[in-house]
Design a protein around this ligand. Structure first.
Ligand code: NAD
Length: 699
């Protein structure tokens, strides 16, 4: 079967809702409906348009305007401002300027001149494909079921067999002005056709009515899905399974060991973020007899390989005789061979004016029995690359079952990958943020300082895993941060820093979720207060366990992963002023904090050779946002100083040299500096963030 259940696409059009909409609103509605099902189009793939009568703001006359999805974005989540709007008469006038296929790229430069109503949304390269189809509504989708037809060696015959005259076929042509003219000519020659399959690319469908266009798109895709379901019902996919997958935990354990090693090898000017997928569709492929051969053919649809590189790296691993150490030993050579291959492809295909060679590392790593690992410059890109490779797997499954699967010819693939227009798009991308590609683990992440630090790192583009034992607070903090920064970049884990097994499990999760670690903020903490004669052994041990042993356990685990990655790292201990300065009635806490600080110094010494920096931030009296300052500690401190919470805040402020209160954000700022490149030459340091306290001056 091409697609497992649920088999049928759902028609979600609601006439009652659509009735009140303008034509452009209906276009938005249709686009979002189409994009809501990844079987209809892959993420960011495809586009939609409508030709709408609008009042010209200059002349007041009614003119025809093309509304078409603009450059970038995704039809599933597009909003009104995601559409470009262009005068149809001007788009038609461009035909007079066209100098032929060799000059089609220059036509992109004319598109801004056709803009209607000063719309700032840039028109995409696909604009002529919509403009010149003489129908009011046009959908261009990338459904796996259609691309499976488009990527078969006899795709023209298959298209005719499945759709008859209803849907036509056009040979592969890179999207652009010329393809727009091809579509116009096709429509003129085939006035009854309802759409066309583009070889190695996707589907076009059209209609003069918005809803009918939506219905048609669904119907054509469903027809292809049904056809494949019937044709492939009894055929084992990809030549049948030759590997068995181990249990999920074992798969994850293997992936958790491989990912930091790969990450280290592929992180260059920027660290890469990983993603792991062991879904059924992936396992079926990586376990199959034909996997390596099909993978070597490369992906077909341009959308696919722009995200996944033309082909994946198949990792040498035998799940029947699992030997992860041997696989790790072989990885450097495999990664180097992939790079050489990629550089040779560049050399073979480059033109005089091609942009320089880009990162030659693989994006997709297929591990028999285990699953698929992807690496990219950020989590969303790594995840989306994996989604695209699943699309490519679906395509290969369909095409290879009914025909012979064909990747795009190498030169065509290169010409898209290194297209000057594509390069211009890359050049326009904003510079990466200062922590882009970095992965941080923050213990005590549900607390005041932990959450503020997470927020600071997320603002700088990092991926963050919050670790804590306070489940409700952890969930609330992670939800709030995910709402603000997106689900991709926030993870949470219940982890008691004193529990060796829990620490190991959290690092395993982190490696699987993001590929490894660059930043550890060891911050989990408690506070306690008691005169020495009332300090129980339990209280003493609790302080030592959490503030000293816990810091040892999480750092040791970080060191282990960082050494495998071999790309350095930064560790910050959130200690305390009390680690340097004695404080009344808090011997256990102060001593544990002092041990923490000295542990940081020892680790700074040990880590320096591997580029692992270890520094300390010493807060003092951060009352707001801190849970420490809501329980017994508050009462005990208030009692010690014979005051209440407000009185304490005032007292600490007055006691400080700068006469200022210290907030979680102040600690976060220091914790940011100590992991950023701005402090890349600092290790073994202490930054006091305590508004000045002469007792705790480090020297
Ligand atoms: P907080 O109580 O708001 O946060 C501490 C977090 O650590 C809590 O969410 C708690 O659940 C978690 N935690 C406790 N034990 C844990 C364990 N065994 N495993 C995992 N997580 C555990 O307090 P905060 O002010 O944000 O404190 C953060 C760090 O700053 C602590 O190490 C604390 O000692 C230090 N510090 C705070 C102050 C201050 O005035 N707030 C001053 C000096 C030092």
């Amino acid at each position: 079967m091409l697609e497992p259940a649920p088999a049928r696409l759902e028609n979600k059009w609601d006439d009652a809702r659509a009735e009140r909409m303008s034509e452009s609103e209906k276009l938005l509605y249709r686009s979002n409906l189409l994009g809501s099902d990844k079987r209809i189009t892959n993420y960011g793939g495809g586009n939609t348009s409508a030709k709408v009568r609008e009042r010209d703001p200059l002349t007041g006359e009614t003119v025809e305007v093309l509304w078409v999805k603009g450059s970038g974005g995704d039809v599933g989540s597009i909003r009104m401002d995601g559409f470009a709007t262009l005068y149809m008469d001007k788009l038609n006038a461009l035909k007079g300027l066209y100098r032929g296929p060799a000059h089609e790229d220059e036509m992109v430069g004319y598109l801004p001149h056709c803009t209607f109503a000063l719309n700032p949304r840039a028109a995409s390269i696909d604009t002529p494909l919509h403009a010149y189809v003489p129908k009011k509504h046009v959908d261009h989708m990338h459904p796996d079921a259609i691309i499976a037809i488009a990527a078969a060696s006899d795709s023209r015959a298959l298209t005719a067999q499945i759709f008859g005259d209803r849907i036509g076929w056009l040979p592969w042509k890179r999207p652009g002005y010329e393809l727009g003219l091809w579509l116009e000519e096709f429509c003129a020659d085939n006035p009854d056709a309802q759409g066309v399959v583009l070889e190695s690319h996707g589907l076009f469908t059209w209609h003069d009515d918005a809803r009918a266009c939506y219905d048609l798109t669904l119907d054509v895709i469903q027809t292809a899905m049904d056809w494949f379901a019937e044709k492939t019902a009894d055929t084992p996919a990809f030549g049948g399974a030759v590997h068995q997958s181990p249990a999920p935990d074992d798969r994850r354990a293997t992936a958790a060991r491989l990912m930091p090693a790969i990450r280290g090898m592929v992180s260059g000017s920027q660290n890469m973020v990983g993603h792991f997928d062991d879904s059924d569709a992936v396992l079926e492929f990586v376990n199959a007899r034909d996997m390596a051969d099909l993978a070597a053919l490369g992906t077909s649809c341009p959308d696919h390989f722009l995200r996944t590189k033309i082909r994946p790296l198949v990792v040498d691993f035998d799940p029947a005789n699992p030997d992860v150490d041997a696989t790790l030993d072989g990885l450097p050579a495999a990664v180097a061979a992939y790079r050489e291959d990629y550089a040779a492809y560049y050399e073979r295909c480059k033109h005089d004016n091609s942009p320089p060679l880009r990162d030659p590392n693989a994006v997709v790593y297929l591990v028999p029995g285990v699953g698929m690992i992807t690496f990219a410059k950020d989590k969303a890109t790594a995840r989306i690359s994996a989604e695209f490779y699943v699309n490519a797997i679906n395509v290969m499954r369909g095409a290879s079952a009914v025909s012979q699967y064909r990747g795009l010819p190498e030169q065509e693939a290169f010409d898209i990958e290194y297209w000057l227009l594509e390069e211009a798009k890359l050049q326009r991308m904003p510079a990466p943020k200062s922590l882009a590609g970095r992965v941080a683990l923050i213990t005590g992440g549900a607390g005041g300082i932990g959450t503020a630090t997470a927020e600071r790192y997320l603002r700088e583009g990092a991926c963050v895993m919050l670790a804590d034992i306070d489940r409700p607070a952890l969930g609330a903090a992670a939800d709030r941060l995910a709402d603000a920064f997106g689900r991709d970049v926030v993870r949470q884990v219940i982890m008691d820093v004193t529990d060796e097994g829990a620490v190991a499990a959290a690092y395993r999760d982190l490696s699987i979720e993001y590929g490894g670690i660059d930043i550890l903020v060891s911050n989990a903490g408690i506070a306690s207060s008691a005169p020495i004669e009332d300090t129980t052994l339990d209280l003493w041990n609790r302080n030592m366990d959490i503030l000293s042993t816990g810091y040892f356990l999480v750092s040791r685990a970080a060191f282990r992963v960082m050494r495998v990655q071999d790309i350095g790292g930064a560790i910050v201990f959130v200690a305390s002023k009390n680690g340097l300065a004695a404080s009344p009635n808090a011997a256990a806490y102060c001593t544990a904090k002092a041990a923490e600080i000295h542990l940081a110094r020892c680790l700074a010494l040990e880590g320096a050779g591997a580029g692992i920096r270890v520094n300390v931030v010493n807060p003092d009296a951060v009352l707001r946002g801190s849970k420490i300052w809501s329980g017994d500690w508050l009462d005990q401190r208030a009692d010690t100083y014979k005051t209440d919470k407000e009185g304490l805040e005032e007292m600490y402020r007055e006691r400080s040299l700068l006469k200022r209160s210290v907030f979680p954000e102040d600690i976060a700022e220091a914790a940011y500096f100590l992991v950023s490149d701005a402090s890349s030459k600092s290790t073994g340091n202490i930054i006091n963030v305590d508004a000045g306290n002469v007792q705790s001056f480090p020297r």
